[in-house]
Design a protein around this ligand. Structure first.
Ligand code: ZN
Ligand code: ZN
Length: 410
């Protein structure tokens, strides 16, 4: 990554990512290793008129030490000041940028129960802030920064330096920094995604039927008033467009949590806190996971599913063509932010409330009534293959081909 590319990346995060407006407060959460990108982003944000920029630093090794040495009781406690800080951010109507650079194996060997306790505790304590971002009341964006362990995991045969260079190169391609004018390239990319959303939203789809040679044969019902989103989304309070994930290729919505039936097979491994789940499947009945299996990592899968009641149901349906730039790199990133943009996927757990008409204003109970799932979990898993077909049945009984041979028909 050249200095120029780094500055372009920062510009992309500020202008396309959170789309910072004059007078707004930006909060960046980032690892200490990403300090050069953070500095470039802070500078870009002030130039774009930020009123204030705050950085919340984190570090994989320090987190690991916490999990290792803290007791379960201690991990279950989230201090008040952390909760109050988030309340302050909500009051200040911040925009939020997350830079993520975790080592995919940073937490390998840590007691999964401790991880689950900590995840549940912070999920509960920060629920309000999470609800604000997931319902787009806070404009937010998530982007990646490479690190040696991650690069080495992806390219085990290269030297550490070569692997880092290669990972940077792949990030550059994935987020379209290699085009002449990245901000413009993103605007074009987003209009293509928005067109697909428009077609799906106007078609009044009742169910999708997924089939492929892995054995997937799954029917997914859609709630009335569903909204497919993708690319840029509008902030719920201000209508200002932002891009929640860089990169992003997906067109996504929420399924009716009670109308998912059949079997679905994973097409890529799932990486959770450094642990890997491979060759897994789920069987659904009336939306609930009634059976599941995995060739590797079954215990990790079990932990996710048993988080709460909602983690037995789907909260996201996402469509990604097999021909996406990330897929064409033909490598596993071991990072959901990238891998989910290489493949059609679903998520176990929480929905995005804005994926149904009026959902941003509904309570959890009202959403559940509509068929939209709630959970402390949200775990994406990939199911797209080069022979996946998806057919949509509309409310008035018409059939529309959506995917053929793993790719978009329109
Ligand atoms: Zn997704
Ligand atoms: Zn997701």
């Amino acid at each position: 990554m050249t200095k120029k590319q780094l500055n372009l990346y920062a510009e992309l995060l500020v202008k396309i990512g959170v789309n910072l407006q004059k007078g707004e407060m930006l909060v960046i959460s980032a690892p200490i290793s990403a300090v050069d990108l953070v500095k470039a982003t802070v500078k870009c944000a002030y130039k774009a008129g930020a009123e204030n920029v705050n950085v919340l630093w984190n570090d994989d090794e320090i987190s690991r030490l916490g999990y290792k040495y803290r007791s379960k009781k201690s991990l279950a406690e989230v201090p008040n000041w952390v909760v109050e800080q988030r309340e302050y951010f909500i009051d200040k109507k911040i925009v939020y940028l997350g830079i993520s650079s975790s080592d995919p194996e940073a937490l390998k060997g840590i007691n999964p129960e401790k991880l689950a306790i900590s995840r549940r505790a912070s999920g509960k304590a920060l629920k309000k802030f999470h609800d604000y971002t997931s319902s787009n009341k806070i404009r937010w964006s998530l982007a990646a920064y490479p690190n040696k362990a991650w690069a080495k995991k992806m390219f085990p045969n290269l030297s550490p330096k070569q692997a880092m260079d290669k990972l940077w190169e792949y990030i550059v391609k994935s987020v379209r920094l290699d085009s002449q004018n990245p901000v413009k390239a993103w605007e074009e990319h987003q209009s293509k995604i928005l067109n697909r959303c428009k077609i799906l939203n106007e078609s009044k789809i009742d169910t999708f039927i997924y089939k492929n040679s892995l054995g997937t044969n799954l029917t997914v019902g859609m709630p009335k008033g569903y909204i497919f989103c993708g690319g840029a989304e509008a902030g719920a309070l201000d209508g200002v467009y932002f891009t929640a994930n860089l990169p992003t290729e997906e067109v996504f919505s929420c399924p009716d949590r009670n109308r998912v039936d059949g079997k679905v097979y994973s097409s890529m491994p799932l990486c959770v806190n450094g642990a890997i789940v491979k060759d897994f499947w789920f069987e659904f009945k009336n939306g609930r996971i009634v059976d599941y299996g995995a060739k590797e990592g079954l215990k990790i899968l079990k932990n996710i599913i048993e988080t709460d009641d909602g983690s037995h149901y789907l909260g996201e349906i996402a469509l990604v063509g097999h021909n996406s730039p990330i897929r064409n790199l033909n490598v596993l990133f071991y990072k959901t932010l990238f891998d989910e943009n290489a493949s059609c996927h679903f998520a176990i757990g929480a929905c995005y409330p804005t994926c149904v008409e009026g959902g941003g204003e509904m309570s959890t109970e009202e959403l559940l009534e509509k068929g939209l799932n709630d959970s402390l979990e949200h775990v994406d898993f990939m199911i797209g293959t080069s022979d996946l077909s998806i057919i949509a049945k509309t409310e008035d009984g018409k059939e529309i081909k959506v995917f053929e041979n793993g790719d978009w028909v329109f």
